[in-house]
Design a protein around this ligand. Structure first.
Ligand code: SF4
Length: 453
């Protein structure tokens, strides 16, 4: 990739979610997945459960997830039955062996699309087979426009500890243009109810660089977020993966940046020809958010996250995942990692439901991850926190990462992206803001330059 194409927001994935890349996961590796599920658990490895709820009111134009906007109540029940069956099947595999769950994560899609009655029934049935009473964290993703007070009361009662609100932006025109279903009023209303109900942690998600974004509006988004005073704020930089409404529109009109309402950024480095901000502008916006939120007593806890009180505000799901925990990913197209093997479920509704109706785990592809690649995976994921503790890798993998990857660290240090001591690595702010662009330097050669999905 040349410097020029790196700076423009072109089509393709930017965010590095896992390693080795998904394109190396294959159905041929499924026997390794089944062997892992039949192994005895490692007592030291925490266990988590991810549940994918694939329903949304409408598809956001930048979304590439496996979601459905056309399912009726009966379809939803069919899916929830399948999900309960999947968790039941997992509860019987030797690798689970009565292990306690450290965390549970309801992601999507839009978990809050489900009604209070559906949620109560789902969670009660799930807990009957795999209780999460002792879990340190139960996260639930919400779209503000789908929340009512009684739904939030139900979630609180059912043990949700961390509520994550997909705000993304506050401006009605930007929300609408990007295909978001919610309105600004709904954000304030939902947040107020959630606060009153005393959830242990409320997170707000924002996206820097939604189509139509401007400096003035971004500053207002940051100010409005601080005014709400959430426990944590997660900020992603807008990307244009393949298979989104935006990317399809672009291909149809033969351009490589989407059409947008004209919102010029005074003092900004510039929006691309069709109106989406380039990467330096998005980094400037996140940098501004970091500085402004730090001044409001937040601390940076990763390339994407700020927390109000680092000692009280943890993110168990993220930290467990980034330290190699086992996680069962349930639901259509979900990803998991167990006993050193990556797993992904089949990615169509029909296959997912049919396999579970036959009492089969709906696994679609897998990859056994060799120890060197497990080390690289944890190293690149932990680098997203802004620091690496070399001692951790020495203890866990018996390797000195500072020697093993000296050339890559040298290069990133020369470019001003990090600093090193004998024991650890610290990303600079500039490095942290573009960490996903830098991480492939640690990939083994066969994994570089491949399509990520
Ligand atoms: S709400 Fe989330 S999952 Fe649903 S379409 Fe929008 S971005 Fe995708």
């Amino acid at each position: 990739m040349t410097e020029a194409t790196q700076e423009k927001t072109g089509l393709g994935n930017y965010f590095v979610a896992n390693y080795p890349p998904f394109s190396f996961w294959k159905p041929a590796h499924l026997p390794a997945a089944h062997a892992a599920l039949n192994a005895s658990p490692d007592a030291e490895t925490p266990l988590g459960l991810y549940l994918h709820i694939p329903f949304c009111r409408k598809r956001c134009k930048f979304c590439y997830f496996r979601i459905y906007t056309d399912k009726n109540a009966r379809d939803v029940e069919t899916y929830l039955d399948a999900l309960v069956k999947e968790v039941t099947l997992y509860s019987r595999v030797p690798l689970i062996g009565g292990r306690p769950l450290k965390y549970v994560y309801f992601g999507g899609g839009t978990p809050s699309y489900l009604s209070a009655a559906q949620l109560r029934s789902l969670m009660e049935r799930l807990q009957a087979v795999l209780p999460w009473k002792g879990a340190e964290e139960v996260t639930f993703e919400c779209e503000p426009g789908t929340l009512q007070q009684h739904k939030l009361e139900t979630l609180r009662e059912l043990g949700v500890t961390r509520l994550s609100l997909g705000v993304e932006n506050f401006d009605p025109k930007i929300l609408e243009f990007n295909g978001r279903a919610h309105l600004e009023d709904e954000i304030h209303r939902a947040y107020g109810w959630a606060r009153d109900l005393g959830f242990a942690q409320i997170n707000i998600d924002l996206i820097a660089g939604m189509v139509g974004e401007s400096w003035d509006n971004w500053k207002q988004c940051v100010a409005k977020t601080i005014a709400l005073s959430p426990d944590s704020v997660t900020i992603y930089q807008m990307e244009l993966p393949y298979n989104t409404t935006f990317s399809k529109e672009l291909k149809m009109i033969g351009q490589d940046a989407p059409l947008t309402p004209t919102l010029s950024p005074p003092g900004g480095r510039g929006l691309g020809e069709g109106g989406i901000a380039d990467w330096p502008t998005k980094r400037d916006w996140v940098n501004y958010a970091f500085d402004t939120m730090i001044a409001a007593s937040y601390e940076v806890s990763s390339a994407y996250t700020l927390v109000k009180n680092r000692r009280r505000t943890s993110f168990v799901y993220r930290d467990a995942l980034w330290h190699g925990a086992d996680m069962f990913g349930t639901g259509v197209a979900s990803f998991g990692h167990v006993h050193g093997v990556h797993l992904q479920n089949v990615d169509t509704w029909e296959q997912y439901v049919e396999m579970l109706q036959r009492d089969e785990l709906p696994l679609g592809r897998a990859l056994p991850v060799e120890p060197r690649h497990r080390l690289i995976r944890e190293m690149i994921l932990q680098l997203k926190t802004g620091r690496l503790d070399a001692g951790y890798f020495q203890r866990k993998f018996g390797k000195n990462i500072l020697e093993e990857f000296a050339d890559s660290f040298d290069e990133l240090e020369r470019e001003g992206h990090l600093t090193r001591s004998a024991e650890d690595v610290e990303m600079t702010r500039g490095g942290l803001l573009q960490v996903d662009r830098l991480l492939p330097i640690f990939f083994d050669p066969q994994h570089r330059g491949t399509r990520y999905t």
